[in-house]
Design a protein around this ligand. Sequence first.
Ligand SMILES: NC(=O)c1ccc[n+]([C@@H]2O[C@H](COP(=O)([O-])OP(=O)(O)OC[C@H]3O[C@@H](n4cnc5c(N)ncnc54)[C@H](OP(=O)(O)O)[C@@H]3O)[C@@H](O)[C@H]2O)c1
Length: 304
Amino acid sequence: MDVVTGAFGYIGKYIAKALLGRGREVRTITTHLNKPNPFGPAVQAFSYSFDDPHRLTQALEGADTLYNTYWIRFPFDGQTYESALTNTRTLFQCAREAKVKRIVHIGVTQASVNSPLPYYRGKALQEVMLRESGVPSSIVRPTLVFGKEDILVNNIAWVIRTCPVFPIFGSGLYRVQPVFVEDLAEIAVQQSTASPGTTVDAIGPETFTFEQLVRVMADKLGRKIKILRVPPAIGIFCGQVLGLFLRDVLLTRNELEGLMSELLTSPQPPNAPTRFSDWLKENNSTVGRHYSSEVARHFRWSAP
Ligand SMILES: NC(=O)c1ccc[n+]([C@@H]2O[C@H](COP(=O)([O-])OP(=O)(O)OC[C@H]3O[C@@H](n4cnc5c(N)ncnc54)[C@H](OP(=O)(O)O)[C@@H]3O)[C@@H](O)[C@H]2O)c1
């Protein structure tokens, strides 16, 4: 039996699917116990009871591997990077108490404790806590992850579909190496039997500058767009104003600076086969049809 955090969310869902496909029994730990369970009785759900470590430990008991996806994109609704780190430490300590044999942790490329960006620094501190937990572990650090439920790629497509002008922040020459969510899930599952202590990046086969990415998307969606270069500070401000109307946080300074500093790339050779451009061609009728809201997904969701 394995435990996957957030199996009703994005990356966690594909890890759970990959495990079920291998005949594994799967449990999930989630903030959304009442969300529709796409796996039915095959995946039993437990809550992230950080305030009750005994309960959290019980949810982890009997697990061979804990696949950890837990993190927050931005501080919101009283949750901060500091509280997310405290929760991460609790989760790893409970895994140790529960005698979980292995933790496979989803990090991010170029996470560093010296990063000036709290998102990336926090992701690096999660890795430090993982090592301190004493549980044998592996770390998988993806670049930008694309797939049906991805918010960033979907919303770039939504802007391309909705608006004749696409704002690009700064030069647009900064690179990305998108990795497919199902490839990432495979790499994560393979890590459960690799030697412990390994850290591997998950990298797609294509590299684009951000402007190329937008142009490829417009091309595959059959849209003609005009690129408008916008200074990053003005872009963030406009994003905040639009966010008020959409009741969402569109793009944070962390994310933009990370993107512009090419943190979502890796010096390692690509190790995931699916090409973003091929996937887009296959999914061009659905991607970006509707705006995807991070805040709605995590904080305004309620059972129908
Ligand atoms: N998406 C990417 O492009 C990308 C790139 C590099 C690294 N990553 C890393 O991959 C991991 C999974 O991310 P994801 O893209 O799959 O997003 P996600 O579906 O939002 O997953 C985030 C995880 O954290 C949990 N969580 C608890 N409280 C949360 C909150 N307030 N806000 C957001 N999540 C909360 C989620 O559980 P519930 O779903 O049960 O709420 C889920 O387990 C994260 O550690 C992230 O840093 C993602």
